[in-house]
Design a protein around this ligand. Structure first.
Ligand code: EPU
Length: 419
């Protein structure tokens, strides 16, 4: 097991450069399978989710060339091979391969995808898309076998603006016959990133960034070069860290609009933050005011920043209420935060935080990616030493974590221990 050993309460200063967006990259890579020609992705984050996707690409006979931050994919010999459950169950985005293989071969066999255990995370909306486009679906013990004689565009009204179902609908309909309309589509910037790349490859997608996306299917897509957008969740996490213990901390290479819901909340709390075109500067402050947070799809407050912001809320004066509307099980960090000295009560989807409280070190465990980030932020502010177990979860989504934190003054070490 990998653990982080953290000595807390050192002021953090300097600059953190934000990498490419995980949730773009994990959708862009499967989308590349739609073309026979070579595609170069740049600003690819160096995280374990990408290493796992690369292993899946090897199963599909895709030639992969990796060179510092760029990935060249050659799908000219793509094969519709089965991706073993041990691999596809590691990440949620593995089911984007279902869509690209379906688009290319009109058939696919794959297990239910994995991902953080933050809720049931059904895939009914993606299956609804496949059915609408003419597929038949067989499922036994979580193994899905999906087939179509041909894929034909249709109008799909999603029950909720699911990111995954929207991406799947875009991928599968880009090569379908006729027009597909997705109503109640998700509007996340990562979806726009996927649509921009596909349009550069010759796809005909309009309306992305709004809740109605129209895709006119084309016969073929060609190669391209695509630079991945900065990761707004990584940017948000370091910004929150700066608000907790930063001294003139620069968060560089960001798109401020993508984290506006967060920075608006920080300003409401009284955080000292300066926003610039592609960077921000943040300082920790005393006397922060409590605020309420409700997670929402983009452009609302991102659920992926809900767990990271909780340690900051524990430093604010008064009662903060968090309402997690997206996932039913995204408070697994709370018992560990309380062990570190916070006063947080969870009742269903609502967490009530009473502050300010003092954070102190302890032994805690990352149960999922953003829970791990939450505990990491708490440990960097806490008095004393913290051990965070199971940090494999954190390494799925934060690139060069130790270097980025050490460079700004954190006392942090990664160790491998026997379980
Ligand atoms: N949902 C359904 N049925 C579906 C699809 C979704 O009921 O068919 C529900 C989910 O159970 C959840 C909600 O709808 O309660 C939202 O799910 P969505 O499909 O939007 O999420 P996702 O595509 O599985 C992506 C990100 C998540 C991020 C969410 C919301 C990727 C690979 N994952 O998940 O990222 O939390 O969108 O923004 O893009 C993370 O990075 O830590 C992470 C979990």
């Amino acid at each position: 097991m990998k653990v982080l050993e953290v000595d807390g309460n050192y002021p953090l200063t300097g600059s953190v450069r934000i990498g490419g967006a995980k949730n773009s990259a994990v959708a862009l890579i499967p989308a590349c399978l739609l073309s026979n020609e070579s595609i170069t992705l740049t600003n690819v984050p160096d995280i374990s989710d990408i290493s796992n996707l690369i292993k899946m690409l090897e199963h599909l006979n895709v030639k992969v060339n990796i060179a510092s931050g760029s990935l060249v994919l050659d799908c000219s010999s793509l094969e519709n091979n089965f991706i073993p459950n041990e691999l596809s169950s590691k990440i949620r985005a593995s089911y984007y391969f279902m869509s690209s293989l379906l688009a290319r071969f009109k058939s696919v066999k794959m297990y239910f995808p994995g991902g953080c255990k933050i809720g049931a995370r059904p895939i009914d909306q993606t299956l609804k898309v496949y059915k609408a486009l003419g597929c038949t679906i067989k499922e036994e013990n979580n193994l899905f076998e999906i087939k179509a004689d041909s894929l034909t565009g249709n109008t799909i009204n999603l029950d909720m603006p699911s990111v995954g179902a929207t991406v799947n609908a875009i991928i599968v309909s880009s090569l379908a016959k006729g027009t597909t309309i997705i109503n109640n589509a998700a509007r996340e910037p990562e979806i726009e990133d996927v649509c921009n790349m596909l349009n550069d490859m010759g796809a005909k997608i309009e309306g992305f960034g709004t809740s109605k996306i129209v895709i006119n299917g084309v016969e073929k897509l060609h190669g391209t070069n695509h630079n991945i957008i900065p990761d707004r969740i990584e940017a948000g996490t370091y910004t929150i860290l700066g608000a907790m213990i930063g001294t003139y901390l620069k968060i560089d290479n960001i798109i401020p609009l993508h984290i506006k819901a967060l920075t608006d909340k920080l300003i409401e709390m009284g955080v000292d933050i300066e926003l610039h075109e592609d960077y921000l500067i943040v300082n920790s402050s005393n006397n922060l005011k409590s605020v309420d947070i409700e997670t929402k799809g983009y452009p609302g407050f991102a659920t992926d920043l809900q767990q990271p912001i909780v340690p900051l809320l524990t430093l604010c004066k008064g009662k903060s209420i968090v309402n997690e509307t997206i996932y039913e099980n995204r408070y697994m960090n709370i018992p560990y935060l309380n062990k570190m000295g916070t006063n947080i009560n969870v009742n269903g989807r609502i967490a009530t935080i009473l502050g300010p409280t003092k954070l102190k070190g302890g032994i805690v465990e990352a149960t999922d990616l953003r829970a791990g980030a939450s505990l990491l932020l708490a440990s960097l502010k806490a008095e004393g030493h913290t051990t965070i177990k199971n940090i494999e979860h954190i390494l799925r989504g934060y690139e060069n974590l130790i270097d980025k934190l050490t460079n700004i003054g954190a006392k942090i070490e990664l160790k491998e221990i026997d379980e």
